[in-house]
Design a protein around this ligand. Structure first.
Ligand code: NDP
Length: 274
């Protein structure tokens, strides 16, 4: 459990302009790390929207994902095993998802799975393997998984007409953190977050570069901070419960448009500086 010592300078309120935007619905969505915490919250809220026709919820151990499996009476939900750190697992899921989405392609990939391994510069010695694992899951695996799924995302993008990236067309949504922001790091967060911050800054760099390379296909790419949330990772002192965070986050993901492409936001769609 960590302490927030100062002001993170986030405007923690809804923006009326954002709330007035229409929501648009991707036909299908795939999300990683969907068995608990923020991933599970996003699944629950996305299933509230009838416009979403298929929700592929991936997690390492579907056989133990009781809460997620309990939602399977909604026929739009498919639960598939995926370890994002395992290339064979990613390739197997690619094949399964390809046949589920068929010629529609994949409209939205949400890279949510993540870990937090404690490390501070002026703290106990960390081993190289631990540090590499932190970077692997939160940034390297996202890059590999996104590249493998890119053909399906391109298929979805090319199925729509026109030159605008839109959320019902094709998107890559990365669940990052305010901890990624170098500009906002004023030392206000008391916790051994150094390796975590590095991994999320790398994730944001990947997101920004993806935007640069993928704009020509009209694929929308954004990064989000979900807020500080009471999950296994966020701990008991966090500001928000999973429902508060993911209700707002899911609603505003569905309001993203071309103007938001390539940027990094809090859950209310206020931009966060990298
Ligand atoms: P939790 O620890 O509650 O859940 C993490 C999820 O990621 C679990 O589903 C876990 O699966 C999954 N996961 C971890 N490693 C892998 C892997 N190798 N392959 C597949 N799945 C994996 O964390 P949160 O829900 O809080 O975090 C979700 C995302 O939100 C993370 O990216 C996190 O960095 C980010 N975030 C969280 C904040 C917070 O305050 N909670 C704040 C800002 C960002 P399993 O159950 O198998 O371990």
């Amino acid at each position: 459990n960590y302490e927030l010592k100062g002001n993170l300078k986030m405007a923690d309120v809804a923006d009326p302009e954002v709330e007035s935007r229409p929501q648009r619905f991707p036909k299908n969505i795939m999300i990683t790390g969907a068995n608990r915490g923020i991933g599970f919250g996003l699944v629950k809220h996305f299933l509230e929207y009838d416009g979403i026709e298929l929700l592929i919820a991936t997690c390492r151990n579907p056989e133990k994902a009781d809460e997620l499996n309990a939602l399977k009476n909604d026929r739009r939900l498919h639960v598939i095993a995926l370890n994002v750190d395992d290339d064979e697992s990613i390739k197997k899921v690619f094949d399964e998802v390809s046949s589920l989405v068929s010629s529609n392609g994949l409209n939205m990939l949400i890279n949510n799975a993540g870990i937090l391994l404690p490390y501070e510069v002026d703290g106990p010695k960390i081993c190289r393997k631990t540090m590499m694992k932190q970077l692997e899951t939160n940034s390297v695996s996202v890059a590999i998984l996104t590249q493998i799924f890119l053909p399906l995302i391109k298929t979805a993008a090319s199925a729509a007409e026109g030159d605008e990236a839109s959320i019902d067309r094709a998107s890559i949504i990365n669940i990052s953190s305010t901890m990624a922001s170098i500009e906002m790091n004023n030392g206000c967060f008391d916790g051994p977050m150094t390796a975590y911050r590095m991994s999320k800054s790398a994730l944001n760099a990947f997101a920004r570069q993806s935007f640069m390379e993928l704009s020509k296909y009209h694929i929308l790419v954004t990064s989000f901070c979900p807020g500080w949330v009471r999950t296994d990772m966020g701990g008991d002192n966090a500001d928000l419960d999973v429902n508060e965070s993911t209700k707002t986050l899911s609603a505003n993901i569905l309001r993203l448009d071309n103007r938001n492409n390539g940027l990094y936001f809090d859950r209310f769609l206020h931009p966060i500086p990298n």
